[in-house]
Design a protein around this ligand. Structure first.
Ligand SMILES: Cc1cc2nc3c(=O)[nH]c(=O)nc-3n(C[C@H](O)[C@H](O)[C@H](O)COP(=O)(O)O)c2cc1C
Length: 320
C-alpha cells in the first residue's frame, strides 16, 4: 500500500493528488492511504514570542536573499473539514492520522464510506486510546522513525521513546486490531523481525528517500547520500522547523534555531519558517531545509522504487 502525506494541502490539491496518484498507479497498485495531521485548536502567539522567533530567522533569510519572515496572523493550515471533503469525494481505501485522534464522527463517516481508519501511536497509552476510538489499525511508530513523531501530547524534551520492535512487543498483548510497525526498517530482515514481534505489516519511510520517484530535492538527496556514506552528522530530533518534534539530519538551521530556543508552538513555527525552507530548496541549500530522516539512514539504498520493493520482498522471503 502506498501513502500520500497531504498534511498541509488544501482540499482541492488533495483531491487532485489522489486522482493523479490513482492515474499513475493504474493497474499496478494496491490500496491507497491518505495521511492527515491532527492540528491543535486555533491559538494566538504572544507578540513578544513571535518577535523573538522572527528575529532568530532574520539572519538566515538575509543569507538566502529573501525578506525576513513574519508570522502570518492566521491560516497556518487548511481546515480539517475542507481536507476531509476531498477524502469523502475521492474515497481512498485508507485514511490515517498523525498527532492524535480524529473526531468520532470522522471515523464513523469513513466507515460508512468503506474507508479504513488508522492512527499513529508512539506509546502503549496512545495505542489503547486509538483502539478504543474504533480505528481499524494502529501505526506503531518507534523512536528511530524519520519525520514528525506522532505523539498525541508533545513532550517538552526531545523524545526518548520505545524502538519500533519494543513498542510492538509492548502493545501486542492488549491490542486486538492489526499493528503496523514503523521506524528504522530498512531491509527485508528488519521487516521479518518486526513481523515476528507481532506486527501485521510494516511501514517504511527513510528507505525510499533516495528512490528517483521520491519528492526529495536534489540538495536533500546529496545530504542524505553524504551522511549515509560518511556518517559525519547526527540524525536527531528538532522543533526548529515546525514547532513539533521531528527527526532529520542535523543542519545549520537546526543548530541555529535550537540554540536560540525560540521555535514557536506547532504549527505556528511551520508557517513562520515556510519561506526559508522554500528558498533553500530553490537555491539547492540543504542547510536550511527540513532534511527528515530516520536513524538507520546509513543503510539506505539508492534504487528505483520497484527494484527496492522487489529486493525487500526477496530479503523478507529469505528471513521468514
Ligand atoms: C520525509 C518523511 C516524511 C514523513 N511524513 C509523514 C507524514 O506526513 N505523516 C506521517 O504520518 N508520517 C510521516 N513520516 C513518518 C513515516 O510515516 C514513518 O513513521 C517513518 O518514516 C518510519 O521510520 P523510517 O523513516 O525509519 O522508515 C515521514 C517520514 C519521512 C522520512
Amino acid at each position: 500500500m502506498g501513502s500520500l502525506g497531504v498534511a498541509y494541502l488544501s482540499g482541492d490539491r488533495i483531491a487532485q493528488d489522489i486522482r493523479q496518484t490513482r492515474a499513475l498507479c493504474a493497474g499496478v497498485a494496491g490500496p491507497l492511504n491518505v495521511n492527515l495531521f491532527m492540528f491543535p485548536p486555533a491559538f494566538r502567539v504572544d507578540a513578544e514570542r513571535a518577535t523573538a522567533a522572527e528575529a532568530a530567522l532574520a539572519p538566515i533569510a538575509q543569507r538566502l536573499g529573501i525578506a525576513a519572515p513574519k508570522l502570518p496572523g492566521n491560516a497556518w493550515h487548511p481546515p480539517l473539514a475542507e481536507q476531509l471533503d476531498a477524502i469523502w469525494s475521492e474515497r481512498p481505501e485508507v485514511l490515517s492520522f498523525h498527532f492524535g485522534l480524529p473526531p468520532q464522527d470522522v471515523i464513523h463517516r469513513a466507515h460508512d464510506l468503506g474507508i479504513a481508519v488508522a492512527v499513529t501511536a508512539t506509546s502503549p497509552h496512545d495505542a489503547s486510546t486509538i483502539e478504543a476510538a474504533g480505528a481499524d489499525f494502529i501505526v506503531a511508530q518507534g523512536i528511530e522513525a524519520g519525520g514528525h513523531r506522532g505523539e498525541f501530547e508533545m513532550s517538552g524534551d526531545a523524545p526518548d521513546g520505545l524502538t519500533c520492535v519494543a513498542l510492538v512487543e509492548a502493545i501486542r498483548k492488549d491490542i486486538r486490531v492489526p499493528i503496523v510497525a514503523a521506524g528504522g526498517l530498512m531491509d527485508g530482515a528488519d521487516i521479518a523481525r518486526a513481523l515476528a514481534s507481532g506486527a501485521a505489516a510494516t511501514q517504511l519511510g527513510t528507505a525510499f528517500l533516495l528512490c528517483p520517484e521520491a519528492g526529495t530535492t536534489a540538495s536533500y538527496r546529496a545530504l542524505l547520500r553524504r551522511t549515509a556514506q560518511l556518517q559525519d552528522r547526527t540524525v536527531r530530533f528538532t522543533r526548529a522547523f515546525s514547532g513539533r518534534w521531528a527527526q532529520g539530519v542535523e543542519n545549520s538551521f537546526m543548530r541555529s534555531i535550537d540554540s536560540t530556543a525560540t521555535a514557536l508552538p506547532f504549527p505556528a513555527q511551520n508557517a513562520l519558517s515556510g519561506t526559508i525552507r522554500a528558498a533553500a530548496a530553490q537555491q539547492h541549500d540543504a542547510e536550511h531545509q527540513s532534511c527528515w530522516s530516520g536513524r538507520e539512514l546509513r543503510r539506505i539504498r539508492e534504487l528505483p522504487a520497484e527494484q527496492l520493493m522487489q529486493r525487500l520482498a526477496a530479503e523478507l522471503a529469505q528471513h521468514r
